[in-house]
Design a protein around this ligand. Structure first.
Ligand code: GDP
Length: 824
């Protein structure tokens, strides 16, 4: 009250009747204050009704009582009136102000209320959205916990309990929010408490809490929005069946669920998996995610991914005739390339002036009779066989080129054997007939020895005398091919998804990976999505054999395909599939499988395994082998011996025998037919060795014919006795040959593989043919005699009783060990 009175300075102005009031303070001081109270009290009608109102009514009453002439003495009426007016004005102003303040206060209060309500509504919404999403996406148990959390919530805020001790991780966010709300109310409702906040509390508790809550809020909002979106989207979308292989790339998983990749990555992170969209996750994790998004999981085994490749049998009525595909084979220099060029230049389909500039590995020609023929422009047996080994039987007809001036040569025989193994009909092109010394009949009789009986010798193999140089007989050759094709009744259904084989592929600097594909079934179109071997792609462009862009390619048409994601290999099969996801998945699966196979290929298929395979397969009662020897005599002796082996169960069939080193071509043939390769006093050259290792083809070396024969016999009869087996331990290359007096010739070598051992057996190889076998007289490292030299080191070697060593020769180092074999 005293405060009030003191404020009333208007009283001083208003009236002379003032008095002294002694104020006492608690600390003992006193103070006299001049107050003027009486008049005011008189005019106050209802004191104590509340400040604002009291003042307002006071003002009014003052105004109304102005006439009551309670005027201090000595003041004129005018003066009195002026004063009263001023007083009234002041009072009115005050009243107004108070009212405004009250109004403002009310508004603020309303605003606060509104905000509170809004926030609560928002929270409620969020909570509901969250609950909805969670209820849909999460397991029953988690949903229960969620409900618990929201049930506890009101209690906490009412009782203003401190935060619950340890919220479960799943409820953490929820509780954090509760906790913060509790704190907020505590401050507002309990001033005393907040006043007692220590600095530490303020800094750690208050401050930290506020910061945390902000971040938590943001996260929560983000999540809620995301979940709500997921939830609402879910209501509209159909639940998808998600094909789930053993591993899946995150982006692909999102793709299959038709969800945003970002959402999937976030969902994974919430599950504690920090992955990017390009990483693979295992099926179990993916399954959790799929369920969380409300989709159905369909687990597929890895191999199942291949099933999308259409393996439908075509209806006979859909089959249309297709051009034959021809491969030209023959001995080196007999004119394969010349013949291919001659045919191409003379008969190119387009008849374009200037011929073809584009080389795409295959081309089509038209015969005078109107038939279209597809030639594979990749002469050589390796290409032919490697394609067959990779599963692409591309060739319909083999044209065997034999030079009339040279007759049948080793590679001619090889070609015959390859064609026979592939069961592809042959047409003999007796080339170089323009030459005066040409003797086509010698060719025909020579061929008889290899069970190739030409028509003119009353056989069924067509033979045509040609000259690649003069063009003689070319038309005749083409017509023979067309005739042969007719006999074969080659057909394919052009109206289906395409399937084809890669003839060749390379990484083009400008265009990326490019593959020449021979379409075998259906029609390959621009925009098709395909898988090819371990690669996949989408046809960006197709180029024909003349380098022209085309929209599509039907059966037996070779085209260059652009749009691959990697470079496939010759012989890889191309299949068109429906979606990129399928293509990618199959390619990935194949890559994995190939990796596994390569890892497993270290152990070559052994002779015994091959033999038992041959026995098991009742239809194949033949055991195929490939034989290479140092001289023709040995090769023939081995073949004869081999053909005598055999019993009721199995007989040995020599796929191919030849003279010289074992080459990649031999390995290819062996792989395609599941045969081992026997080297008699010859070795596989480096590419062949690599190839054999990769493909798991067994190579066996022998230096005694009986050993070879015994091994095959033993394998055939299943008698697996103890075997002295040779163990290859190293190779050394002769870099230099020195003459050392007293010692003789010494080879300066580099050990290129394995180790060189003084006590081991050695063979001297020249062009992969064994020229000497024996032991070492000396093994030196610098000046010292040593027992071993490691790979990569230089050493000096001299043979016992052998001097004919040359620069470039290779020394094979081996040991013999006894292997006791067990019956399988
Ligand atoms: P490839 O190794 O089988 O591809 O044989 P090429 O096509 O390279 O030919 C080898 C050699 O024989 C080349 O010098 C050709 O010019 C020649 N040649 C090819 N065909 C004929 C032919 O019909 N007549 C004559 N006289 N020479 C030919």
């Amino acid at each position: 009250m005293s405060d009030n009175d003191g404020k009333k300075t208007l009283g001083v102005r208003g009236g002379p009747r003032s008095g002294n009031v002694k104020q006492s303070f608690s600390h003992g001081r006193t103070k006299n204050v001049v107050v003027e109270t009486k008049r005011k009290r008189v005019v106050k009608p209802k004191p104590g009704t509340g400040q604002g109102q009291g003042q307002a009514s006071q003002g009014k009453s003052a105004a109304s009582s102005s006439d009551s002439s309670k005027r201090p003495a000595g003041i004129s009426d005018a003066e009195m009136e002026r004063r009263m007016k001023a007083l009234q004005a002041a009072k009115a102003r005050e009243a107004e102000e108070a009212e405004r303040r009250a109004e403002e206060e009310r508004q603020r209060e309303q605003e606060r209320q509104r905000r509170r309500e809004e926030a609560e509504a928002r929270e409620r919404e969020q909570r509901e959205a969250e609950e909805r999403a969670k209820a849909k996406a999460e397991e029953e148990e988690r949903r229960k916990r969620e409900a618990e959390a929201s049930a506890q919530e009101p209690q906490q805020s009412e009782t203003q309990k401190p935060a619950p001790t340890k919220p479960a991780p799943a409820r953490k966010q929820e509780k954090e929010r509760d906790q913060n709300r509790g704190k907020g109310k505590g401050k507002g409702g309990d001033g005393r408490r907040s006043g007692k906040l220590t600095l530490n509390q303020a800094l750690s508790g208050g401050e930290g809490g506020r910061q945390k809550s902000l971040a938590a809020m943001k996260r929560k909002q983000e999540r809620a929005r995301q979940k709500a979106m997921g939830g609402s989207a879910e209501r509209e979308k159909i639940v998808r069946e998600v094909q789930l292989p053993e591993t899946i790339v995150v982006s692909e998983l999102a793709n299959r669920m038709a969800e945003r990749v970002g959402d999937v990555v976030k969902a994974l992170m919430q599950n504690g998996m920090m992955v990017t969209q390009n990483q693979s996750i295992d099926a179990d994790t993916a399954e959790l995610i799929i369920e969380e998004f409300g989709h159905k999981v369909v687990r597929v085994s890895d191999a199942d991914v291949e099933e999308v490749i259409d393996q439908v049998e075509d209806n006979p009525e859909d089959m249309k005739p297709r051009p034959p595909v021809i491969t030209v084979m023959g001995h080196v220099d007999h004119g394969k390339t010349s013949l291919l060029d001659a045919v191409r230049n003379a008969k190119v389909v387009s008849g374009e002036a200037g011929g073809i500039t584009q080389h795409i590995g295959a081309y089509q020609v038209e015969t005078d009779g109107g038939s279209t023929l597809t030639f594979l422009d990749t002469p050589g047996h390796a290409a032919f066989t490697s394609m067959r080994a990779r599963g692409a039987q591309v060739t319909d007809i083999v044209v065997l080129v034999v030079a009339a001036d040279d007759a049948v040569m080793p590679q001619t025989v090889e070609a015959i054997n390859h064609a026979k193994a592939a069961e592809v009909p042959m047409i003999i092109a007796i080339n170089k007939c323009d030459k005066p010394e040409a003797n086509p009949d010698k060719v025909r009789t020579d061929l008889l020895q290899h069970e190739v009986v030409v028509e003119s010798m009353s056989g069924d193999v067509q033979d045509v005398e040609v000259s690649a140089q003069s063009g003689q007989g070319l038309d005749e050759l083409l017509e023979s091919i067309a005739l042969q094709a007719e006999i074969l009744e080659l057909k394919a259904n052009p109206d289906r998804v395409a399937e084809g084989a890669v003839i060749e592929a390379q990484l083009d600097v400008g265009r990326g990976p490019v593959a020449t594909v021979l379409v075998q079934k259906g029609t390959l179109k621009r925009g098709d999505i395909f898988v090819v071997g371990e690669q996949w792609g989408k046809v960006r462009a197709l180029m024909n054999d003349r380098g022209e862009r085309v929209e599509e390619a039907g059966p037996s048409v070779p085209v260059e395909v652009l749009g691959l994601n990697g470079t496939p290999e010759a012989g890889d099969v191309l299949n068109v599939v429906e979606t990129e996801a399928q293509a990618r998945e199959i390619a990935e699966y194949r890559q994995e499988a190939a990796k596994d196979k390569r890892a497993a290929a270290g152990a070559a298929t052994t002779l015994e395994q091959l033999m038992s395979q041959a026995k098991e397969n009742e239809n194949v009662a033949e055991f195929p082998i490939v034989v290479k020897a140092d001289v023709q005599g040995s090769a023939e002796a081995i073949v004869q011996a081999m053909e005598k082996i055999g019993n009721d169960e199995v007989r040995v069939r020599v796929l191919h025998s030849g003279v010289g080193a074992i080459t990649e071509s031999d390995i290819g043939l062996a792989e395609a037919s599941g045969a081992p390769v026997f080297g008699f006093n010859v070795r596989a050259n480096a590419p062949a060795r690599r190839s054999a290792n990769q493909k798991g083809v067994e190579i066996r070396y022998y230096s005694v014919i009986y050993d070879l024969v015994d091994d095959v016999k033993a394998a055939a009869s299943g008698l697996l006795g103890a075997e002295i087996r040779e163990k290859f331990i190293g190779y050394a290359e002769i870099r230099e040959v020195f003459k050392v007096s007293g010692v003789g010739k010494v080879a300066g070598c580099l050990v290129t593989e394995g180790i060189a051992r003084r006590s081991a057996g050695v063979r001297l190889l020249r062009d992969d043919v064994v020229v000497h076998e024996g032991t070492l007289k000396t093994l030196k490292r610098f000046k010292d005699e040593v027992t071993e030299v490691q790979s990569g080191q230089e050493c000096g070697m001299a043979f016992e009783n052998y001097e004919d060593i040359r620069k470039g020769d290779v020394i094979e180092i081996f040991e013999r060990e006894e292997v006791t074999r067990t019956l399988e």
